[in-house]
Ligand binder design. Structure first.
Ligand SMILES: Cc1ncc(COP(=O)(O)O)c(C=O)c1O
Length: 452
């Protein structure tokens, strides 16, 4: 069997899948045409334009890891709101808490007692003593960066090439092919060119880290402990020790963003691998899909921040959000942490994810493809390259948009939703063995169609 991809064959396969998609989604198409008259691009949020079909599927309802669209088709959801619904859609305990809280007030700008339970639980899970709330992980990152700059009185931050931490202005920077920092392609209307605010280096490059931090002008390194947004890129052995040692040596704070790596376990990668960040940020699944995010920090950060904070201006100083810490988000977070994202959840989901990854690997082996699959907890990703990339630059170079689109559309047409932008699948404790095996079957059919 020949495993060289014929591009003209791929193009005709893609056309066929596109026609099938149109044929099977007449109501979604109709709604999309109507939506275009009131919503920019026919969608409520720009990202929704980027699905594999030429228009989005409109959802009728979702529960657990399944959803139905307006045309009556059923899907297994392996995207799970790009981690926002990692718990499964509308988990029973979260829904119960929301229903109860909604009768008792939604937003007051005053605390309810439940918020203390959440703070104590976050301490227990992530090992940091003090916590603040936001509505999105983007904001949690923005606020942590502001605190770090304020406390250290340093102007810069450092991120890794092809990271993603939300729409945080300072992070939209990459290295070009010569290794020179540049504003990320299509960075929309930046207020300031991120080259002025940010240093960017490759993940897993200890020498570059030492050079970048030694100027002692970097307030904080903002890092996912395992990169997840340009595919899964694991740290090399010893990398996290070096990162921690060097940030300490040069007086730079370490902010670990666990928004996606919470797929590792109940305390994220930080707890599983005993990391010791100065700040930790997380959003997305923490309240079962209700908007909520948190950021935690050390005793030392808390004290230094308190010394510099002018409480009279706390409401207009750039860290805020009128609805942050609202009662509904807190109730949802408490229920999700207490009853849903438990050790039991991870035990089940990770075991199934192992089965999912083994399924993908068995097909890769059967067709002798130069592809690989990588896994982190209940998250897995397949790559069209033979070796795992070491950093964002290598990962970016390996992207094959056409093939990605085909694999996604093929799956979608057969009732499976993958995460857009890359070939990522999340497994929830609600996912079943049958769901996983069905994916393996469809993945195999897609591969077979490419190489016959
Ligand atoms: C690691 C990481 N941090 C932060 C964010 C931002 O999350 P949100 O868009 O909910 O603000 C994302 C979004 O994908 C992310 O992947």
């Amino acid at each position: 069997m020949d495993n060289i991809l014929d591009r003209s064959h791929l193009e005709s396969l893609l056309q066929h899948e596109e026609q099938l998609f149109h044929k099977n989604h007449p109501k979604s198409y109709e709604l999309y045409q109507r939506a275009r008259k009131s919503l920019h691009g026919g969608v409520p949020m720009l990202w929704m334009i980027r699905w594999a079909g030429s228009f989005p599927v409109f959802v009728k309802e979702a529960k657990g890891v399944h959803f139905t669209d307006v045309d009556g088709s059923e899907y297994i959801d392996l995207c799970l709101g790009d981690t926002g619904a990692m718990t499964g859609h509308s988990p029973a305990a979260t829904v119960k808490a929301i229903n109860e809280q909604i009768q008792k007030g939604i937003t007051l700008m005053l605390p309810y007692e439940d918020v203390i339970w959440v703070g104590e639980e976050l301490q227990r899970r992530f090992g940091l003593p003090y916590w603040q709330f936001a509505l999105t992980a983007t904001d949690a990152n923005r606020f942590a960066l502001r605190m770090a700059r304020m406390v250290t009185e340093r102007p810069k931050i450092l991120v890794f090439n092809y990271c993603y931490h939300g729409s945080v202005d300072e992070t939209l920077i990459v290295l070009d092919e010569e290794g020179t920092p540049m504003s990320r392609l299509n960075n929309m209307g930046p207020q300031v060119d991120p080259q002025y605010t940010t240093k960017v280096i490759e993940f897993n490059d200890i020498a570059a880290l030492e050079t970048a931090l030694s100027a002692r002008d970097v307030a904080a390194v903002l890092a996912e402990p395992v990169m997840t947004n340009i595919g899964i890129i694991h740290p090399e052995p010893g990398y996290h020790d070096a990162l921690r040692e060097m940030t300490r040596k040069h007086g730079t704070y370490l902010i670990i963003d666990e928004t996606h790596t919470i797929c590792t376990g109940p305390g994220g990668y930080t707890a599983s691998f005993s990391l010791q960040p100065d700040f930790l940020t997380i959003g997305k699944p923490i309240a079962g899909g209700v908007p909520a995010a948190v950021y935690g920090f050390t005793e030392e950060v808390s004290q230094r921040f308190a010394e510099k904070l002018n409480v009279d201006d706390a409401d207009v100083g750039g860290i805020g959000g009128t609805l942050a810490g609202n009662a509904l988000s807190i109730a949802a977070m408490k229920a999700t942490l207490q009853h849903v994202l438990t050790q039991d959840f991870y035990d089940k989901a990770i075991q199934l994810q192992e089965r999912f990854t083994e399924g993908v690997e068995s097909v890769i082996k059967e067709f002798d493809l130069p592809w690989i699959a990588k896994r982190l907890g209940n998250r897995s990703e397949y790559w069209f390259r033979p070796k795992p990339p070491k950093n964002g630059g290598e990962a970016f170079a390996a992207i094959d948009h056409e093939l990605d689109r085909y694999m996604h559309l093929f799956a979608l047409n057969r009732g499976i939703l993958m995460t857009p932008f890359h070939n990522m699948a999340l497994i929830s404790a609600e996912t079943t063995q049958e769901d996983v095996d069905y994916h393996t079957k469809v993945f195999r059919e897609a591969v077979k169609s490419l190489f016959i």
